[in-house]
Write a protein that binds this ligand. Structure first.
Ligand code: ATP
Ligand code: MG
Length: 413
């Protein structure tokens, strides 16, 4: 029989991978908590409309990556490909504009139909933070500073670089769009099919193309920075100044456009060179029109998402699991007492497991494999005398210890 495998692009997460990923989420919660963020868990699927328009019909996600299907009741739903649109939908659904600003953190799986490779899966996991109801550039600085603090706490301070750009406001983008279209129209013969399609739907996305011939054309394309109106320039200047004030290093990357249509002004990505083509570990930006587009009030937003798998691979923040104390009871009284002793030790904060089967040699072998630090042997005789045998597994050294002294003996050993 051939091995039963998980579906392509999905995987089972356990052991070291699971520990590293949990550490990323724990660190995220702690750091975002210090910025006043609170948890929001949205459903893993939404009506397709939630994603379709905000992300843009021509975006890679909507045009080719979404898991969209009709459910048994005939509703068209989509597995969450990203968090922002769902968070904004939840903001509207729950009337959260009554208490602005909202600082919302989430984490969990996301789904995109992509070509699987290292650091790129069809089911992957994100941490996500959104700040709703602040339209000033200082809010963007707060969000980037929070991401930077998280990355530093994960030990990635010297492994990632912040790429920063501005997409300007609507007026600047319209002006730039016209200039871009005029330029690309003159180089149509060199553009890929994808880019020709984007020329109609969303020419800015051509700047993000990975196609070699596209890249050559893009190299000489007009720059957005030359088409920014005064307000957009001022906004970007403040963001840059603020980043300097809070000590976040960045490079201005004029080609950075991000994959979703909903962004305006600030766009950013933290990139590493250590994961090959899967180098972006965290990205985000400002999306002032999104909530309105979804049918809600005019509330500004800025946020980011980080890829948990990529962050976990880079940081290995999980460390080794705590070494357990293994209870090894013999006889009926020993077994009962062992249950009690284990609970007492857990109350003291020790990791305690029990091995109740096989001879002592087998149990010691299993304890070694589990990287246990101590074995606590409790037989019927010992119960009568009020003691256990405590064995330190690294040295093999053992001694008799009273029940009352056990926790202290383990701590000081
Ligand atoms: P990429 O350019 O690598 O496709 P993206 O721009 O599509 O990334 P975002 O939509 O900004 O990514 O998502 C935020 C983060 O989620 C990314 O920076 C990345 O770390 C992670 N991510 C995105 N897609 C995947 C995937 N298919 N598998 C694993 N992680 C992913
Ligand atoms: Mg992508």
């Amino acid at each position: 029989m051939s091995k039963l495998q998980p579906a392509r692009g999905t995987r089972d997460i356990y052991g070291e991978d699971a520990r590293n990923m949990t550490a990323v989420v724990d660190t995220f919660r702690r750091v975002a908590g210090t910025y006043g963020f609170e948890e929001l868990a949205t459903p893993i699927f939404e009506f397709t409309e939630v994603y379709k328009r905000p992300l843009g019909e021509a975006s890679d996600i909507v045009s080719k990556e979404m898991y969209t299907f009709e459910d048994r009741g005939g509703e068209e739903v989509t597995l969450r490909p990203e968090f922002t649109a769902g968070v904004c939908r939840a903001f509207i659904s729950n009337g959260m504009q009554q208490k602005l600003p909202c600082r919302l953190m989430s984490h969990g799986p996301a789904f995109r139909y992509e070509r699987p490779q290292k650091g790129r899966y069809r089911q992957f996991h994100q941490i996500n933070a959104e700040l709703l109801g602040q339209d000033s550039p200082e809010a963007d600085i707060d969000m980037i500073a929070m991401a930077w603090r998280l990355l530093k706490d994960l030990g990635l301070g010297d492994k990632v670089v912040l790429h920063l750009n501005t997409l300007g406001d609507k007026e600047s983008r319209a002006d730039y769009r016209a200039a871009l279209v005029a330029y690309f129209e003159g180089h149509k013969d060199k553009l890929s099919e994808d880019s020709l399609r984007r020329l109609e739907s969303n020419p800015l996305r051509i700047l993000d193309s990975k196609d070699e011939s596209d890249k050559e054309v893009v190299a000489n394309a007009p720059k957005l920075s030359e088409h920014l109106n005064e307000a957009s320039s001022a906004f970007f200047e403040t963001v840059k100044k603020g980043l300097e004030a809070v000590g976040v290093p960045y490079i201005h990357d004029e080609r950075l456009v991000r994959g979703m249509d909903y962004y305006c002004h600030t766009a950013f990505e933290f990139v590493t060179t250590e994961l090959g083509a899967q180098g972006t570990v965290l990205g985000g930006g400002r999306y002032d029109g999104l909530i309105e587009q979804l049918g809600g009030p005019a509330v500004a937003g800025v946020g980011w998402a980080g890829g948990i798998e990529r962050l976990a691979m880079l940081s290995e923040a999980g460390g080794a699991p705590a070494r357990p104390v293994v209870i090894m009871p013999m006889g009926e009284a020993g077994t009962m007492k062992g249950l009690e002793v284990a609970e007492t030790l857990r109350t003291e904060g020790f990791v305690v497991t029990a091995d109740r089967s096989g001879n002592m040699k087998k149990r010691m072998n299993r304890a070694d494999k589990a990287n246990a630090a101590f074995a606590v042997i409790i037989g019927d005789n010992e119960v009568e005398q009020g003691v256990v045998t405590l064995k330190r597994l690294d040295s093999g050294e053992q001694s008799e210890v009273t029940f009352a002294d056990l926790a202290t003996a383990i701590k000081t050993n």
